[in-house]
Write a protein that binds this ligand. Sequence first.
Ligand code: HEC
Ligand code: HEC
Length: 319
Amino acid sequence: MKKLLFILVFSLLLASCKNNKEPYEGISLHPEVAVKTHPGKKLMETHCYVCHAPDGVGRDNRIAPPMAMVQSHYIKEGTTKEQFTKDFLSFLEQPTEAKAKMPGAIRNFGLMPYQKFPEGVLEEIADYLYENNPLDEIPRGMKGQRKQQRMGQNDPTKTTLEQKAEIGLEYALETKQLLGQNLMGAIQKEGTLHALEFCNIEAIPLTAQMEEKHGAAIKRVSDKNRNPNNAANKEERYYINYFQEQIAQGKDPKPIVLPEGDKSRFYYPIVTNSMCLQCHGKPEKIDIRVLKQIKTLYPEDLATGYEENEVRGVWSILF
Ligand code: HEC
Ligand code: HEC
């Protein structure tokens, strides 16, 4: 299927080069070639993604390994389609530890519960999985972004989306710099205890200053917030989770841009470094006077217990 598509696309490209046309014109003349989706894809989304959410989707508690990981355990270099299909079906028709290829997953999640799937479903999914990367699946809520990335340069909306991500990032990083410089200055000059009061009094006005400068609504929000005004809403928590997974996997998280009315909502993670731990680290590692003062200023504080390189929250910016 992939090969066929490649040949088709390639010959279309060649043809169009000869005619000196726009290189992708040929494809849009034959949308059925480019757009046709494998039935196994839909079946997998319906029957498997309840548990095997594709890599990258933010989930509080994973209940099974992402499908891409399953695929990589079943298809190694040189695995034939017949071998793969046989092993895959054999496990799914009667899951046992003896047949499993993912002992680690069994330890984490327990053996996959046996389920009866409709006739032909597993065969279609096997056919799809052998030739396709489930990471091409686009997590809900990120559709716009990932689609833009894949459409390539010929799509004029790509630049606007990319530009929006850049604008958001600029606002976030500039605000971060302003807060960071002031915070570091306060710590160096007068110690953490004083800096704490600085954060308490200055964090919001400094952010407001940047909002005014850029005409944007700039928030720092967290699922474990210190200031009650900085509590993440449902969507923000979703993206905090998403970024947590990205960072745990050692990936470099990309900003998220979503339409919101006629504006854009921008998300980008706020990640801890060693400095933050003076006020957000494990309670036993925070200076006792600082800890006491945190409790006095923020009786409902949730923002301790972090280590380095963890997602402390997100920038949530509307512009
Ligand atoms: C109710 C949750 C659930 C659903 C639905 C589900 N799985 Fe699983 N699956 C699991 C869990 C948990 C594991 C990890 C434990 C294991 O490996 O047995 C797993 C593991 C697997 C494995 C690897 C088994 C191994 O260890 O070698 C394959 C292959 C698999 N699933 C395929 C599928 C397919 C295909 C579908 C959809 C048709 C599906 N699963 C639907 C829960 C589920
Ligand atoms: C000197 C103590 C101190 C240090 C160091 C510190 N913070 Fe904070 N942080 C605070 C206080 C106090 C607040 C609450 C500010 C407010 O009331 O608006 C806060 C709030 C936040 C918030 C907003 C969400 C919330 O929980 O209210 C984020 C995000 C945040 N800090 C991230 C960081 C990061 C990342 C670092 C390290 C780069 C850091 N902080 C270092 C004291 C500190």
